[in-house]
Design a protein around this ligand. Structure first.
Ligand code: C2O
Ligand code: CU
Length: 473
């Protein structure tokens, strides 16, 4: 049998052509198509370095993270994905507002890509910003083994910085030989913090140092691809400005308490002015309160004299993306209560049409519920149905003792309040981080028809019940 079945490949390509026949009238500039190929397959990579052996991972095109896909805003991206794993897979384009058929959720938006088969994704990238891609089949295992990559949509006008860099932040659970610990699906992980690892990497390596030059200005795109780890990055004596969150521009501001907080799935673009002295060093640390503080990487300044500038640097403000503004005065409201986990108050939940106790839930591999119900897999009855173009407010209530980054597919929302207080920046996001026992309100226009996942991006929580579907009809 050929590795990649041509029949399947052609069938999915035809489906793409039908789904992506968008009118082209009125475009200022001819739309370009960026074409890429991704092959998901096992690989051996150097995560730690000698004397430790290389690590067996699953990777796109042999590297973890996979290749950085770059496209200009308004262009189309076409990616032919080949599955050379021994498991079904898909690719989800996290944060991109795209047609339902391209969203990469097995059974909900497409059949899974079987081993040896391929699927072609093609969609327009309407929003500039920092996005990423990853499987949506057995996500906890497939991401935990290294399948993910950055997707950068460049602004139409270049942003004035000296270097534009991406840090894909990941977290691995490795044994002493450097091999991935093979206990995916562990119910203790699922009912607590998720699969926390013991090895943090930036762009697939344990970073020792990161070279900078005095006076240079960096745009640093931070992407948290970890299954479960929440980062709270502190850049020592530097004063980073957050200029975008989850890809979307935000009024430039200093991170609260000096820490850039990223739950799984979340991104932040920061502008970092390297104001240290030539030859000096500064430590970037993770100070997320629930874990030990540790050094992520050291910024190491070159001995070269500071960059000379004709004019002082002005603040960077990114142009807004074309996201529809919700009408808060006439919005429909829905509440989602996330319950369960250890030390929670969830006693019973609805499973397969029956009310069962927590113990029975756990015996079935579940630890969480949304509005008191647990659903299996990806395709199921929507929890709410929204009229197309309805302004909508979702209230997310975290009725648990754990942190949850709640992610919505197909849309971008404004975070309008957190724990009852209006947010200062009303930031656009696709994922909102809920601390234990807190709540948040998000608002958006339900302008993308289809059935969309709404789930926790701690992948072990998602797999064990913290997942549901909403419909835009
Ligand atoms: Cu980043 Cu439903 O996914
Ligand atoms: Cu969660």
């Amino acid at each position: 049998m050929p590795l990649f079945s041509r029949r399947r490949f052609l069938a999915s390509a035809a489906a793409v052509a039908a789904a992506s026949a968008l009118p082209l009238a009125g475009r200022a500039r001819a739309q370009a198509i960026a074409t890429h190929r991704l092959a998901a397959r096992p690989a051996r990579v150097t995560l730690i370095g000698p004397p430790h052996p290389d690590t067996e991972v699953w990777a796109y095109n042999g590297t973890t993270p996979g290749p950085v896909l770059r496209v200009r805003q308004g262009d189309r991206l076409r990616v032919e994905v080949a599955n050379a794993l021994e498991a079904d897979t898909t690719v989800h384009w996290h944060g991109i507002r795209l047609p339902h058929a391209m969203d990469g959720v097995p059974h909900l938006t497409q059949p899974p890509i079987r081993p040896g088969e391929s699927f072609v994704y093609e969609f327009e990238c309407a929003d500039a910003g920092t996005f990423w891609y990853h499987p949506h089949a057995e996500s906890a295992e497939q991401l935990g083994r290294g399948l993910y990559g950055a997707l950068i949509v460049e602004e139409r006008e270049p942003v004035p910085v000296d270097r534009d860099l991406t840090w894909v932040l990941s977290d691995w659970r490795l044994d002493p030989t450097g091999a991935i610990v093979d206990n995916f699906g562990d119910l203790h992980d699922a009912s607590h913090d998720g699969r926390l690892g013991n090895t943090v990497t930036i762009n697939g390596r344990i970073p020792e140092t990161f070279a900078v030059r005095a006076g240079e200005r960096l745009r640093l795109r931070l992407i948290n691809v970890a299954n479960a780890r929440i980062f709270a990055l502190d850049f020592a004596d530097h004063a980073p400005a957050i200029v975008a969150l989850d890809g979307h521009p935000v009024a430039p501001h200093a991170p609260p308490e000096g820490r850039i907080v990223l739950g799984p799935g979340m991104r932040a673009d920061i502008v970092l002015d390297c104001n240290g002295r030539p030859g000096s060093r500064a430590t970037v640390a993770d100070r997320f309160p629930r874990a030990d503080v540790y050094r992520v990487v050291d910024l190491v300044y070159a001995e070269a004299p500071a960059v000379e500038r004709a004019q002082p640097l002005a603040p960077v403000a990114l142009p807004a993306n074309p996201v529809a503004e919700p009408d808060l005065g006439h919005a429909v409201r829905h509440a989602f209560t996330f319950g369960g986990g250890m030390m929670g108050t969830l006693r019973t939940a609805q499973l397969d049409g029956r009310r069962v106790d927590m113990r029975t839930l756990m015996q079935n591999g579940f630890a969480w519920a949304v509005n008191g119900a647990v659903e299996r897999g990806h395709a199921h009855k929507p929890l709410v149905t929204l009229k197309r173009n309805a302004s909508t407010i979702f209230e997310f209530v975290n009725d648990t003792a754990w942190w949850h980054p709640i992610h919505l597919h197909g849309h971008t929302f404004r975070v309008v309040s957190q724990n009852g207080r209006p947010t200062r920046h009303r930031e656009w996001r696709d994922t909102v981080l809920l601390p234990p026992r807190e709540r948040a309100e998000v608002a958006f226009v339900a302008d993308n028809p289809g059935d969309w996942m709404l789930h926790c991006h701690v992948l072990e929580h998602q797999a064990s019940g913290m997942s549901s579907v909403i419909r835009v009809a």
